[in-house]
Design a binder for this molecule. Structure first.
Ligand code: ZN
Length: 151
């Protein structure tokens, strides 16, 4: 495994639409491992492939309950709405209030090629929306209602 360089806001790659993964080969498995290591090293709760310069529909999330690996994730249902603070490893030091669903169900593929569904509430719902946004070139700053002052 290896740490990957996290791209920062202003890098064009963060604004591109990612392509679906068609085959889960060793390069994809290595990417998943590297993304998890990079996320933990940066104390993040989620990381999307474009943040490490790869335009593929892959994200990893860990909100404290273990690693979730998402290949070709699609949001299939949302409910509720909650405004809360959000940040991003690509936008260091900036936090802002973003309106997200309180509950989200996502369909995705795991590293073994199995399709699965995951339903998240609260922080996990927020992380799922935030990471899937990255795959379409959307960064949370596009949705910030108000920035939060950090001491
Ligand atoms: Zn982010």
């Amino acid at each position: 495994m290896a740490l990957r360089n996290i791209r920062k806001l202003g890098d064009d790659i963060l604004r591109k639409k990612c392509r679906p993964v068609e085959e889960i080969d060793n390069r994809i498995l290595t990417l998943l491992d590297d993304m998890a290591q990079t996320m933990y090293d940066a104390n993040g709760v989620g990381l999307a492939a474009p943040q490490v310069g790869i335009l593929k529909r892959i994200a990893v999330i860990d909100v404290g309950d273990g690693i979730i690996e998402l290949i070709n994730p699609e949001i299939i249902s949302v409910s509720g709405s909650e405004i809360a603070d959000e940040g991003c490893l690509s936008v260091p030091g900036k936090y802002g209030k973003v309106d997200r669903p309180t509950k989200v169900t996502v369909h995705a593929t795991d590293r073994d090629g199995n399709q699965y569904e995951i339903t998240g509430e609260g922080l996990l719902a927020r992380a799922l929306c935030h990471e899937i946004d990255h795959l379409d070139g959307t960064v949370f700053v596009d949705k910030v209602i108000e920035y939060t002052e950090v001491d």
